[in-house]
Design a protein around this ligand. Structure first.
Ligand code: CU
Length: 160
């Protein structure tokens, strides 16, 4: 196990305890899936950005996140970061992101997942509210509102 993986695992454990099962103002729900706090982090001087959320599967069956679309973003992919030798690489997750029953999967800067948002011609501004759609294999489609945040920033841990 690499140091990076150990740190990521520790971060997941810490973050995991902060999430509660309540639906909050900006959360969205589709079937048994709750999308907690969708937000977008801008990249400085770039036509790319990253999308984040915490996905809680409150059901008894596994589900899969198939895609995340964002208004004004021509191309988006679910990415996983991995160490390949000494180099950190990111790749599209084949077949989508698995959401085990009863678990919360973090698409978050300290996890290995993010939604890569590409090809924007009109950049978002900090504080924008941007519409998007999450599509799940079982739970179907759900509309969300992303909050746009500055490079390097992150929502406060206001989950509980
Ligand atoms: Cu990426």
């Amino acid at each position: 196990m690499t140091i990076f993986k150990q740190i990521t695992f520790a971060a997941l454990l810490v973050l995991g305890t902060h999430f509660v099962s309540q639906v909050q103002a900006e959360d969205a729900k589709a079937g048994d899936i709750v999308i907690h706090q969708p937000w977008i982090r801008l990249s400085p001087g770039s036509s790319m950005a990253s999308g984040y959320a915490a996905l809680e599967n409150a059901g008894k069956a596994d589900d899969t996140l198939l895609s995340v679309k964002v208004d004004g973003v021509p191309d988006s992919q679910l990415h996983e970061m991995k160490m390949e030798g000494e180099v950190m690489k990111m790749n599209e997750i084949p077949g989508g992101l698995k959401l085990p029953a009863g678990a919360t999967v973090q698409i978050w800067p300290k996890s290995s997942y993010h939604v890569m948002l590409m090809g924007m011609t009109k950049p978002f501004k900090v504080g924008d509210k941007v519409k998007g759609t999450f599509t799940f294999a079982t739970a179907g489609k759900v509309e969300v509102q992303f909050e746009v945040m500055a490079p390097g920033s992150m929502p406060g841990m206001k989950m509980n």
